[in-house]
Design a protein around this ligand. Sequence first.
Ligand code: IPE
Ligand code: IPE
Ligand code: MG
Length: 239
Amino acid sequence: MQPNPDNLPRHVGIIMDGNGRWAKQRGLDRWQGHTEGAKTFRRIGEHAADLGIRHMTFYAFSTENWNRSPREVAAIMDLFREYLTEARERKKENEEKQIRLRFIGRRDRLPADIIKLIEKVEKGTQECERFFINIALNYGGRDEIVSAVQKIALKVRNGEINPEDISENLFSDYMYTAGQPDPDLIIRPSGEFRTSNFLLWQSAYSEYVFTDILWPDFTNDDFDRCMEQYAGRNRRFGK
Ligand code: IPE
Ligand code: IPE
Ligand code: MG
């Protein structure tokens, strides 16, 4: 069944979790789970755009994920390289579909060649206005808030902002997602019931769907079922 187009979320966040367990279940190495998860990411990104969902944020690598083994981190970085190279080659296609790619998170600590690729891909799609795909890479919600505070504090010190003018709206403008609507729905596969530092500020009134499915197994139908669940939610925003 196709999700109801009248009640689709404008922005969906996905915590792409469960790659390691998916690999373990099959007696494979963890990196093979990440490779499979990267395929799911491409497929769901396209599917969401086909449904008409304009904003997607995919949590790909957290500020805490550096604590994994160097081998696993290197394998994940290779997958980013592959994706970014492909995205650069698909520039024309992204333009036709009007897909804008953004990488949210800290740039420091990332390998220099990946930073270069990110800059190229972001620049290459910056005119695209129909679909927005954010990839959270070296991202932490607390880190994002602290960075925003630092930027605002500097402006206060320089006399560019009055402390009394610091509002929720102004603060949102200092988040990586500035200009985008807050996520209406956040999906977490893999059976964990936590946010793991994802979009802390933006998720104040997000709906959540938790599912046991491991990310590499997550199908387009599973995504549609999440849309149905979302459509049945009664959002009150405290009213
Ligand atoms: C998510 O899958 C991918 C990253 C966090 C990079 P995991 O690697 O966390 O998979 P599990 O949770 O161990 O199954
Ligand atoms: C969250 O998954 C981060 C990403 C999916 C990128 P983790 O596997 O890192 O989260 P925890 O450790 O289960 O909370
Ligand atoms: Mg995990």
